[in-house]
Design a protein around this ligand. Structure first.
Ligand SMILES: NC(=O)c1ccc[n+]([C@@H]2O[C@H](COP(=O)([O-])OP(=O)(O)OC[C@H]3O[C@@H](n4cnc5c(N)ncnc54)[C@H](OP(=O)(O)O)[C@@H]3O)[C@@H](O)[C@H]2O)c1
Length: 307
């Protein structure tokens, strides 16, 4: 199932506030480097290759791209590549970025941003992307502390017109409730996928009930996280893949999309063939028996991941 003709529209659409996106999008974290992301000694990817992937994504109907100013390697930044590849941007393209963590120029992580630093990060994203406003900004956090002050700072930038819509990342349900008391939230971006364990299931359902998109990251990479996909998969995933003439990665993406109409996929890749396969996964319809098999694997948690 590697059609170059299936477009992202096959996955159906969802509205992030007033912005309609195809449910298959693209995550830009893999573009600045080969191999492990977010490390100071990352091996930069060839710029032409990354730009080709971005342009092909848009040709294939992708209109939701996830990025961050802290996605960079010694020579490339995701935002810079997006700007070079796609500006002037298509009218329907929604670029979602995230703020909170920062990295110094050497690539080392900085302490979590203060409200004032969050404003600086929004301006940095505007500058790098070459835009006068950001479509969606996720506040990414670590831990369980209150986000009221930090989210409030972003809500002010939304009121000022620099941000169209707000989201959250790496959060717990109480954070969503806290944020929604301050300003509307259009998406939650959390780690999720087959084999990740069922802890997030209730939150995913709760987001749907509140009309909030749930956007999984590491749906393919799983336990490989920043290092990427390991290429090993459980017998169940492989058998479903075989039945559809699909790959395990495609089954992983399709399974997340079957979790609810509000689930948006943002698979990341620097490989044009993987990109086309990931977009085509939006057309993969899993049968009831297959979903039951994969759901039971999911309930088994990480040990069922084949990794
Ligand atoms: N909010 C957060 O905290 C957070 C954290 C991490 C990531 N994110 C976002 O989520 C996006 C998705 O995460 P991700 O990119 O790390 O992980 P992913 O989409 O789960 O997986 C990417 C990995 O899988 C490989 N891959 C992709 N498509 C494949 C295919 N069709 N067949 C085989 N292998 C395939 C990629 O390698 P190749 O390049 O070789 O294809 C890469 O190693 C990121 O790009 C980023 O935008 C957000």
């Amino acid at each position: 199932m590697t059609s170059q003709t299936i477009t992202a529209a096959a996955a159906g659409t969802w509205k992030l506030g007033d912005l309609t996106v195809n449910r298959i999008g693209f995550g830009a974290m893999r573009l600045p480097q080969h191999g492990r992301a977010l490390v100071p000694d990352a091996v930069p990817r060839e710029g032409d290759q990354a730009i080709g992937v971005l342009r092909r994504a848009v040709e294939l109907g992708v209109n939701h791209i996830d990025t961050a100013a802290f996605y960079f390697s010694p020579l490339r930044s995701a935002n810079g590549l997006i700007n070079r590849a796609l500006a002037p941007y298509p009218d329907d393209l929604v670029i979602t970025t995230k703020v909170g963590p920062g990295r110094d120029p050497s690539g080392a992580w900085l302490p979590h941003a203060t409200p004032e630093q969050l404003r600086g990060q929004v301006e940095e994203n505007l500058r790098q992307l070459g835009r006068d406003h950001l479509d969606v900004v996720n506040l990414r956090i670590v831990g369980t502390d209150s986000i009221a002050e930090r989210f409030g700072a972003l809500a002010e930038l939304r009121d000022a017109g620099l941000i169209r819509h707000l989201g959250l990342s790496n959060v717990h349900p109480h954070h969503l409730a806290e944020a929604r008391a301050i300003a509307p939230v259009v998406c939650v971006q959390n780690r999720y996928g087959l084999g990740a364990g069922p802890e997030q299931d209730e939150f995913l359902r709760g987001c749907g009930e509140q009309g909030v998109a749930f956007v999984p990251f590491y749906a393919i990479a799983g336990a490989g996280s920043t290092a990427g996909a390991s290429g090993t998969d459980s017998a169940e995933v492989l058998s479903v893949a075989r039945a559809h003439g699909a790959s395990a990665a495609q089954v992983r993406i399709a399974w997340t999309l079957h979790r609810g109409p509000h689930v948006l996929a943002i698979p990341g890749t620097g490989d044009p063939d993987h990109l086309a396969a990931n977009v085509a996964a939006g057309a993969l319809r899993l049968g009831a028996d297959e979903l039951a098999l994969l759901d039971s694997l999911h309930r088994g948690g990480a040990s069922a991941d084949g990794r």
